[in-house]
Design a protein around this ligand. Structure first.
Ligand code: SAM
Ligand code: SF4
Length: 474
């Protein structure tokens, strides 16, 4: 029988690629960088509207340094006006690096015979999580290679294991996942384990480039990966994160790919991605990537600002792949989540010893190895409010970024007081005297801008935290 796309059910249609590379290139090549248009587009975003592909291309094509500064200023303004100064903190926990794919850029790829493969045992996971709790972490993202060992059932098992670890006053309140795309049944299984966000990065949205980087293994199927988050939605996992690995292909194309993916999710499920990630390609064991599409620091700052403006309601994640200096600068352009105290070598939070210690177990090199306390210290110096809040997800307030963005007063009523409460817990339980002093000053400053009744309630809860109660939130 001949294949007839029109005969596909709506659901099957959703499982097909929605990226048309010619259309994306056509938009990039035919949109003029007009100063007046740039201003209009920034104004549209500041008015709380998501941008179209064409409008995003107006920003992408702007190359006059003055106009680029306007774009960055727009992103900064959007962040400050809409989201305030909170930055949510998390840490990645690598569970296992067996992988049957052969992604050219990744240290875990199957052809890297020098990689020492391991999967943390249940006991080791408990040790790692205990060590993370001892540092004050409350939110983790679990990371897995793509391998038959890491089935949906196994992922669900590890998620439950992590939630079960309670060390002292520590606990993990939100477990996000970065793993291979699953089938609908698989997503249902991990959803039932109580995951937060399920992240899948498309790596590159360009089908030909994608083919070149992913020659073997399940990941060579571009459409299967692209539609992974549709299957998540079908399975009821509506909290999903998208991303592109910048440096594999032209950054301008990837930005439009991310916006297209966002439109697709909005159109099909009435909810855009919860987060957008924009990792930049970093050196990994024994790889020597060509640098044709290397994204320079100045381009990276631009693209983060453009993404912020293009999808104003979504969380934006910046990881320790980037150096301390780059993070300090880029965070201003609309980032809402960063990792702190990150270690990506398997077993390294609890320093699990074995004879292969320190051998080639990293996926790539990280560039910001500061402790969580150091990261918090600098955020406070820079007038950001560190937050470990997990309230919305636990109260079933899904789509919280969208609410933060669109519901008047939401941030003042929920996000800011919850940031203060979770920071207060951290200060009481984990901070040294100097950091605690700085943190309490920031909390005090934060309370002064809240409505009097919310501030009073928050103060009351802070007193209860000081007396030993935990996990209080609005
Ligand atoms: N194996 C799963 C997958 O590929 O989706 C999930 C885990 S993978 C370890 C997480 C992400 O790390 C990948 O999606 C990719 O974007 C990123 N990554 C891989 N190699 C990298 C490198 N050399 N530099 C920076 N990020 C990299
Ligand atoms: Fe495996 Fe993921 Fe690395 Fe690809 S990026 S080799 S799938 S761990």
């Amino acid at each position: 029988m001949k294949f007839n796309p029109e005969k596909l059910s709506i659901r099957d249609q959703r499982m097909k690629s929605f990226i048309n590379p010619d259309e994306i290139w056509h938009i990039i090549n035919n949109t003029k960088p007009d100063k007046r248009r740039v201003k209009e587009v920034i104004a549209k975003s500041l008015d709380k509207n998501r941008l179209t592909l064409e409008e995003t291309a107006v920003l992408i094509n702007a190359d006059d340094p003055e106009v680029i500064e306007e774009i960055k200023a727009g992103a900064r303004e959007l962040k400050e006006k809409v989201y305030g100064n909170r930055i949510v903190l998390f840490a990645p926990l690598y569970i296992g690096n067996y992988c049957s794919n052969n992604c050219k850029y990744c240290g875990f790829r199957s052809s890297n015979t020098e990689a020492v493969r391991r999967t943390l045992s249940d006991d080791e996971i408990v040790k790692e999580v205990s060590a993370l709790e001892d540092n004050g972490q409350k939110r983790l993202i679990l990371v897995y290679g793509e391998h038959a060992k890491y089935s949906a059932g196994y992922i669900a098992h590890t998620v439950k294991l992590v939630y079960g670890v309670k060390k002292g006053r520590g606990e993990i309140r939100r477990v996000n996942i970065n793993a291979a795309p699953l089938d609908i049944e698989g997503f249902r299984t991990v959803g039932e384990a109580g995951i937060g966000t399920y992240q899948i990065f498309q790596e590159t949205y360009h089908p030909e480039a994608y083919k070149w980087y992913h020659l073997a293994g399940k990941k060579s199927d571009y459409d299967w990966r692209l539609t992974g988050l549709d299957r998540a939605q079908e399975a009821g996992v509506d909290d999903v994160g998208i991303g592109a690995l910048f440096g594999l292909y032209d950054w301008r194309f990837e930005v439009l790919g991310l916006v297209r993916h966002t439109n697709h999710l909005e159109a099909c499920y009435n909810v855009g991605p919860h987060t957008i990630s924009f990792p930049r390609l970093k050196d990994a064991a024994t790889i020597n990537m060509n640098k044709d599409f290397e994204v320079k620091d100045n381009e990276f700052k631009r693209l983060v600002a453009i993404l912020r403006l293009a999808v104003p309601y979504t969380g934006m994640i910046l990881t320790a792949r980037e150096s301390h200096d780059v993070r300090r600068e880029v965070i201003k352009f609309g980032v809402s989540q960063i990792d702190g105290g990150t270690k990506i070598e398997l077993g390294s939070y609890s320093d699990i010893k074995n004879e292969e210690q320190n051998l080639n177990r990293e996926q790539f090199m990280i560039n910001d190895a500061r402790s969580l306390a150091e990261v918090i210290d600098e955020l406070l110096d820079d007038n950001f409010m560190p937050s470990f809040c997990t309230a919305c997800y636990r109260l079933g307030r899904t789509g919280e970024h969208f609410m933060e963005f669109s519901v008047p007063g939401f941030i003042k009523r929920y996000c800011s007081p919850n940031a203060a409460l979770t920071l207060a817990e951290y200060l009481v339980d984990y901070a040294d005297e100097q950091l605690a002093e700085k943190g309490w000053r920031a909390i005090e400053r934060g309370l002064t801008v809240l409505d009097a009744d919310v501030a009073a309630k928050t103060r009351g809860r802070i007193e209860r935290i000081k007396k030993g109660e935990r996990d209080l939130y609005f």
